[in-house]
Design a binder for this molecule. Structure first.
Ligand code: PMP
Length: 367
């Protein structure tokens, strides 16, 4: 069927989740410690859980196809109009839809080396040509982070879309608000700039700034967010884009009518409202992230600075052995070979207990 597929789909590799976790869980003697997918170990707001359960009473009717209540809540939260919010089945869907709508054969899409894998998938599936801008060097203060000058230089008259992530997955690195404003000012107005802020709620770096306030002045800007990370609703699949109402009106044409389900809509709205739960999760993550980074560095492992709920750690030539050794001990990390980072593992920051178990296993494997 390869030959029957559209040119952009031919030769494309499906998104690689790392491991077959269901098979690993089934085979494991004890519960796995799953630190491979940047999930939030503190779990969702209890209010979000109750809202999802309550919503199941209406499981026999279709969800609100417009997601109006959640859009209005998000609009209030971000200080934008409800018409500036597009909901997706996870932000993954929104990211794919952007390329589907705005790029095609003969067009170019720019993304960064070591940028999130979905951008390349979206561009290629849309039939567009992907141009990867080189990342910052490994010895930079933001190792392998986005190089905004290189991204700008990769833009050509054929470029329709640029994807950036701030902070970025899998590097954990970020760029400053000031640097982004200068970048955006230099991008032609007919090139859409998509800033993926999936980890925004975790950030406290003083030089970071959300791109959301820039929407008012830049109709070519799109900001994506998700409920999968700090809001801990990855299993319910809710993400969204914030952009100019006219841009989103075009995207609405190809959105599956009921793409966000009823429990997901209800849970997301409740989670957004439970700021106490969010703040507790974010604070716990920050403390554990810094403690884990320090513990890894004390073991001679280079760790990139991170404003997210994960760390990119360099294990050098021993990487594959360490990953397999940890897996044999029930600790799942994310191998990075797919990103061309075969000497690194990406580690989701767990709870204090999770991180103690990880470090104990690591000490055995590294001994
Ligand atoms: N963007 C980034 C940078 C991510 O790391 C992820 C999830 N790993 C996503 C988007 C997609 O998340 P979701 O579809 O769950 O919203």
């Amino acid at each position: 069927f390869e030959a029957l597929a559209q040119p952009g789909i031919r030769g494309l590799r499906a998104y690689d989740p790392g491991h077959d976790l269901v098979a690993l869980r089934r085979a494991a003697a004890a519960p796995l410690l799953e630190l491979g997918s940047n999930e939030n170990p503190y779990g969702p707001s209890p209010r979000a859980r109750l809202a999802a359960i309550d919503a199941l009473a209406a499981a026999h009717v279709y969800p609100d196809p417009l997601g109006g209540d959640l859009k209005r809540a998000l609009a209030r939260h971000h200080g934008v109009e409800a018409a500036q919010v597009l909901l997706g089945n996870g932000s993954h869907e929104v990211l794919m839809q952007l390329a589907q709508v705005f790029a095609g054969a003969g067009d170019e899409v720019v993304a960064a080396q070591y940028g999130f894998a979905v951008y390349a998938l979206a561009a290629q599936a849309a039939g567009a040509t992907l141009r990867l801008a080189p990342a910052l060097p490994r010895d930079h203060a933001m190792p392998r982070g986005h190089d905004l000058d290189a991204l700008r230089a990769a833009i050509t008259p054929r470029t329709r879309l640029v994807y950036l992530a701030n902070p970025n997955n899998p590097t954990g690195t970020w760029y400053s608000g000031a640097a982004f404003e200068a970048f955006l000012a230099a991008v032609p107005a007919d090139v859409l700039v998509v800033v993926d802020e999936a980890y925004a709620e975790y950030v406290d770096a003083p030089d970071w700034a959300s791109a959301v306030p820039l929407l008012a002045r830049h109709p070519n800007l799109v900001v994506t967010r998700t409920f999968s990370k700090a809001f801990a609703l990855a299993g319910l699949r809710v993400g969204y884009a914030l952009a100019h109402p006219g841009l989103l009106a075009v995207m609405e044409r190809v959105r599956e009518s009921f793409n966000v389900n009823t429990p997901a809509l209800a849970a997301a709205e409740a989670a957004l409202d439970d700021t106490g739960h969010l703040q507790a999760s974010v604070a716990a993550n920050r403390a554990q992230r810094e403690a884990l980074a320090a513990a890894l560095r004390a073991r001679g492992v280079a760790v990139a600075p991170s404003q997210t709920n994960f760390l990119l750690a360099e294990f050098g030539e021993a990487t594959a052995r360490i990953e397999a050794g940890l897996r044999a001990r029930g600790v799942i990390l994310r191998p990075m070979g797919g990103y061309g980072l075969g000497d690194c593992l990406r580690i989701t920051v767990g709870t204090a207990d999770d991180n103690a178990r990880l470090l104990a296993a690591l000490d055995e494997v590294m001994a």
